[in-house]
Design a protein around this ligand. Structure first.
Ligand SMILES: Cc1cc2nc3c(=O)[nH]c(=O)nc-3n(C[C@H](O)[C@H](O)[C@H](O)COP(=O)(O)OP(=O)(O)OC[C@H]3O[C@@H](n4cnc5c(N)ncnc54)[C@H](O)[C@@H]3O)c2cc1C
Length: 444
């Protein structure tokens, strides 16, 4: 076994993060004469696009997450390390982990992803959890299910109403799918299970600061998404800015800066409004004297490496990267999983080119389109074709979304389980993962 802190016989490629970008980079190097070390702070790869299903009790965690070690069991050139990278020393070419291990690298691929941004109001995190990790999903599931339980026991009608008011902040894909599914839980899943409350009277509000949901979609699809949400029972409030969140609810200003402030009492607020790069981005930028953008993403060269540090590449949500199509203006690469996978693959190929003494290539993003699910039989899709964009919504878009997500899930068993759970949920409206480990004293 080679020492991790000294240079190995083969060139060592260290990959930080085993999300979409990191996993794809490691897989691209399968069978190559390199010594790969994948460092991941959790013990699993997570399929984030289905995380909202865990948060809303539709799927169990193992259906959308796979142990990192298991993923590389058939790839002998990969060593997996559990730990959080907390320091990078480009001069010594090593990374330092929180458990005091030091790992030497010849080539470094940083794929540490993103986290939530509360736009300077970090104190809101305690009242309005975001959705990024399995721990976040468990916390949201606990809050949603215990809100109904507390409402059942509440004598005061005003407090009961607040407990049955669910607020999702942020009308991007995550906010839209969370709100749509919460409405389905209230209307269908819990029907007939309570004796003192009627779950279908719960209110689900989606608060969005701009004038439409799903900003990345064309306007007509945003409008269709809004209509589908309203049909599912979600009240969409556009041009609404959250100005305060506390333990009892939130303050919202509607209709621009001069608009009136409204108070919403709520027992469950979910944050789906802002994304910032992993803090590792700023750390790396300081160490290499490279710039970050406003979201903390590291500005990379066309080939995804860092200026003056060709041995370091940044990929996925952590990179402020441009797509370079010959004859066109470079365009920003979006923060989506296909982009992270493509960047991971590209950075790994560039590492091999560099080892072989060849030239690296600029990154070019292949856009497969944009999909968002809203709820049962409701979704929107914008797919580029050689004949122009194909835009559709409703049941066909929902079926397409379902197929794509099951196809890209990792592992045959996961695909099968997700398909079976969805089929059962579709026909019975039941959600199988409604187990909450503990109800806190303050929530009884
Ligand atoms: C709720 C949600 C829904 C989404 N839905 C969609 C969707 O429908 N379609 C779509 O295309 N995209 C979707 N995305 C976006 C997509 O998941 C990301 O673009 C993609 O995960 C980015 O890949 P990545 O490899 O850059 O980062 P990630 O996949 O986030 O992976 C980063 C990894 O790095 C690890 N890590 C972080 N810091 C450290 C450290 N210091 N040391 C060690 N390890 C570290 C993390 O634990 C994580 O495993 C969604 C994201 C979320 C949160």
């Amino acid at each position: 076994m080679s020492s991790l802190s000294s240079a190995p016989a083969l060139p060592r490629v260290v990959i930080i993060g085993c999300g979409f970008g990191g996993l794809e980079a490691a897989r691209t190097l399968r069978g190559e004469p390199v010594d790969i070390v994948v460092i991941e702070k959790t013990n699993h790869h997570l399929f984030q696009p289905l995380l909202y299903q865990v948060a809303t009790a539709g799927l169990a965690a193992p259906s959308i997450a796979a142990p990192t070690r298991w993923l590389f069991r058939g790839q002998p050139n990969v060593t997996t390390m559990l730990g959080e990278v907390c320091g990078i020393d480009p001069a010594a070419r090593c990374v330092r982990l929180d458990n005091d291990h030091v790992v030497h690298y010849d080539h470094l691929i940083v794929a540490a992803g993103a986290t939530h941004s509360y736009f300077g109001h970090d104190d809101w995190a305690a009242q309005a959890p975001g959705l990024k990790t399995l721990a976040d999903a468990f916390e949201i599931r606990r809050r949603v299910l215990t809100a109904f339980e507390r409402a059942e026991l509440e004598e005061d009608p005003q407090r009961r109403r607040a407990l049955l008011t669910f607020v999702v902040i942020g009308g991007g894909p995550t906010g839209v799918e969370m709100a749509g599914t919460l409405a389905e839980i209230a209307r269908h899943t819990l029907a007939g299970e309570f004796r003192r409350i009627v779950p279908s009277t719960a209110e689900v509000l989606l608060i969005e600061g701009s004038n439409r949901v799903l900003q990345a979609m064309p306007e007509d699809l945003s409008e269709r998404a809004r209509q589908q949400l309203e049909r599912l029972g979600v009240r969409v409030r556009l041009d609404a800015l959250v100005t305060r969140i506390d333990a009892q609810g939130l303050d919202v200003r509607e209709g621009g800066a001069s608009g009136a402030a409204t108070r919403i009492d709520s027992g469950c607020v979910i944050w789906a409004a802002g994304v910032a790069a992993s803090p590792l981005g700023r750390l790396l930028a300081q160490a290499t004297h490279v710039e970050c953008d406003r979201a903390g993403r590291v500005r990379v060269q066309p080939d995804l490496s860092l200026p003056d540090h060709p041995e370091i590449s940044v990929v996925g949500d952590l990179a402020a990267a441009l797509s370079h199509v010959p004859g066109q203006e470079p365009r920003p690469v979006p923060g989506v999983s296909p982009a992270a996978k493509q960047m991971g693959r590209h950075a790994a190929r560039n590492v091999l080119a560099r080892i072989a003494g060849g030239a690296t290539h600029p990154f070019r993003y292949k856009d497969w389109g944009n999909l968002a699910t809203i709820g049962r039989n409701a979704a929107v899709a914008d797919v580029p074709t050689p004949f122009g964009p194909l835009r559709f919504s409703g049941y066909p878009a929902w079926l397409f979304w379902l197929f794509v997500h099951v196809y890209f899930l990792i592992g045959f068993r996961n695909r099968l389980i997700v398909l079976m759970d969805w089929a059962s949920a579709y026909w019975t409206f039941r959600r199988h993962a409604r187990v909450v480990p503990e109800v806190r004293e303050s929530e009884r």
